[in-house]
Design a protein around this ligand. Structure first.
Ligand SMILES: Cc1ncc(COP(=O)(O)O)c(C=O)c1O
Length: 455
């Protein structure tokens, strides 16, 4: 049993949506902005709709806990990002880790996105969702030999290596398979970002990327190898980044490297991959200014004359998803109030893991008085909460709520702890909704186990 109680006084730094704003409800302007980002609207009747669909109907149909994703909100984000980049040649590779539901992947594929993956499992998902192998980039610091072999056999667009040891292993596999492989070097550009330390990935001294001083020798190795071609240089700075400045810094480092690589005789680079990490609004923090992002990155990238790859995850899907939950009980203990939901850290671990803030709203608003409560889940951990000291309308047992900003790093990080089946996932599109993944049943969780393995 772990006891986790992050500070709630004052405002923390904004990384990873980390801000416990302290007692007090969201301002109407912030709630309106969060609703707009998600495609949520509250009717005069108090009914909350996502993409035109009453969320109470979704909850009635599939039960709770359940995630619902608004396809139109995903499309709006994709188009806004692509639009901000204008005529800069680019391809947006959706970071599958953020939300790997096939229906969500299909929405993005249909928009023309590629996929950024970090495991063979994600590769199989991306291929199953219909992404062309050529439009898939394989990132990740610990790819196994089997995973590299699977990527080589599938003919992925490129494999971003994160160490010279991985590069050597990839070379052996390429020879063995007699296949030509396009390699990207993920560089650690040593750039500091103002985000949660667990999701800051572009700083020297952490596990990600090839340090800049090892890039030229790695490129020389690739040049000498008949099966390898260095087709991209890449970076990924971290996640939930709201300030464009670090991207400018990182791109400058990549630009210097590309120039030195070209001077050294590498003439195969066709893409520069600037990673993902673009942040979203979870509460009172200002949204990422896409125009400012574009003003920072586009002029620095254009002179390279390369196709620009991006790997956003959260930005495309985070705001588009909500987690639906039912109030099981209300209770009082130690002078404070608790609202116990049927959803908690199993479904959405971010509050517990990163002290992340997620707005919580009623599915049916009735103008009730507000109260300040801890919103907790059913799991046997004191750290199982979705909100602490949160001011909410007084919701009664049996009522349903929506946890906002749950489209990224929600279901994908969910767990079966306490042998709790994974929740349902629903796609909302064109004023309709459909089940994109049914809720697990408990038997699925143990049917492959053997109670008497020695018999
Ligand atoms: C290599 C890489 N690309 C892209 C992403 C996506 O990040 P985000 O969802 O913040 O855009 C990650 C996240 O960890 C990553 O490691």
């Amino acid at each position: 049993m772990h006891v986790v109680r992050p500070p709630v006084d004052g405002r923390g730094a904004v990384g990873e949506g980390v801000l416990m704003p302290g007692p007090g409800a969201l301002s109407p302007a912030t709630e309106a902005a969060l609703f707009a980002d998600a495609g949520l609207a509250r009717g005069a009747d108090g009914v909350l709709r996502l993409g035109g669909v009453a969320l109470a109907e979704v909850a009635d149909a599939v039960g709770t806990p359940a995630f619902a994703y608004n396809a139109d909100a995903i499309r709006a984000r994709y188009r806004a990002l692509a639009g901000a980049l204008g005529d800069l040649p680019h391809r947006i590779h959706f970071a599958v880790k953020a939300n790997s539901n096939l229906a969500v992947l299909r929405v993005l594929r249909d928009l023309g996105a590629g996929a950024d993956i970090v495991s063979e499992g994600e590769m199989r998902r991306a291929l199953a969702a219909g992404f062309a192998a050529e439009a898939i980039v394989f990132s990740g610091v610990g790819k196994t030999a089997d995973e590299l072999r699977a990527a080589v056999r599938a003919g992925l667009g490129h494999v971003n290596v994160e160490s010279t040891a991985e590069l050597e292993r990839l070379a052996e596999i390429a020879e063995d398979e007699r296949r030509d492989v396009s390699v990207g070097i993920r560089v650690n550009p040593d750039v500091t970002t103002d985000t949660h330390p667990y999701i800051s990935t572009g700083k020297s001294g952490i596990k990600f990327g090839v340090p800049t001083d090892q890039v030229l020798p790695a490129a020389a190795f690739i040049r000498r190898h008949p099966r390898l071609a260095l087709t991209a240089v890449a970076m990924h700075l971290g996640s939930q980044i709201l300030d464009p400045a670090p991207y400018g810094e990182g791109i400058e480092r990549l630009r210097e490297l590309v120039e030195r690589l070209r001077a050294d005789g590498t003439d195969t680079i066709r893409a520069v991959d600037i990673g993902g990490g673009l942040g979203i609004r979870y509460a009172e923090e200002p949204a990422l200014d896409l125009e400012a992002y574009a003003r920072t990155v586009v002029p620095r990238l254009r002179p390279l004359g390369l196709t620009v790859y991006l790997e956003p995850g959260r930005f495309l899907v985070g705001s588009a998803g909500v987690l639906l939950a039912t109030v099981l009980y209300r209770k009082h203990s130690g002078g404070k109030g608790f609202v116990v939901l049927d959803a908690g850290m199993n479904e959405l671990v971010r509050p517990s893991r990163y002290q992340a803030y997620h707005a919580i709203v009623e599915l049916a608003a009735r103008g009730r008085p507000a109260e300040t409560v801890d919103v907790v889940g059913p799991v046997c951990e004191t750290g199982d909460f979705l909100a602490l000291d949160r001011t909410l309308p007084t919701v009664e047992a049996g009522e349903r709520v929506a946890v906002l900003g749950a489209g990224a790093y929600g279901f994908v990080m969910s767990s079966n702890y306490n042998t709790r089946p994974l929740p349902a996932e629903v796609l909302v599109d064109g004023g309709r909704f459909a089940l994109a993944r049914p809720r697990q049943v408990a038997e699925q969780l143990f049917r492959d186990e053997n109670p008497t393995p020695f018999d």
